[in-house]
Design a protein around this ligand. Structure first.
Ligand SMILES: [Zn+2]
Ligand SMILES: [Zn+2]
Ligand SMILES: [Zn+2]
Length: 153
């Protein structure tokens, strides 16, 4: 956690920004809830517990700044709400998502499954892939299990 905050601090500094206490509180909330793909309102509610004086506009500006410098990615998973997704340190490309259309759950694939495709694109099209988005829509294992059970009963 601390090392990731440190690396985000460096990313901010390299672009001429400071990690102010309010920005740090926002970053901590994002790190603590990494799997949850929070909306700006979600982040605000959680940051408020740490920094009661913070306003929604400040949180919103911080999220915009973090997305400008590619610390987070602003995502839309089809429900019309912008969500913020932390980029992982280990991979330079965006991770993949499995989105269940029945229960709305979301799972992440942290490995870059597109590496071999990227190599192929470079070879066959002389195209260098700097990033990509890959989200799968479908039915998650829990919903599949539940529907199996209701069929057999
Ligand atoms: Zn994600
Ligand atoms: Zn990739
Ligand atoms: Zn599901």
């Amino acid at each position: 956690m601390e090392s990731r905050i440190e690396s985000i601090k460096e990313q901010l500094q390299s672009k001429g920004y400071k990690l102010t206490p309010q920005r740090e509180a926002t970053v901590r909330v994002l790190l603590e809830n990494e799997e949850d793909h929070l909306s700006a309102e979600d982040v605000f509610m959680l940051v408020k517990e740490k920094a009661p004086d913070i306003g929604l506009a400040t949180v919103y500006r911080t999220l915009e700044l973090l997305s400008e410098i590619s610390v987070v990615e602003k995502m839309n998973f089809g429900d019309g709400v912008a969500r913020y997704d932390l980029r992982t340190d280990s991979s330079k490309h965006h991770h993949h998502h499995l989105i269940c259309v029945q229960c709305g759950s979301m799972e992440e694939i942290k490995d870059d499954w597109l590496l071999s495709l990227e190599e192929r694109l470079e070879k066959e099209f002389q195209f260098f892939v700097s990033d990509h988005r890959l989200d799968f829509q479908g039915i998650c294992r829990h919903c599949r299990k539940n529907s199996d059970e209701s069929v057999s009963h």
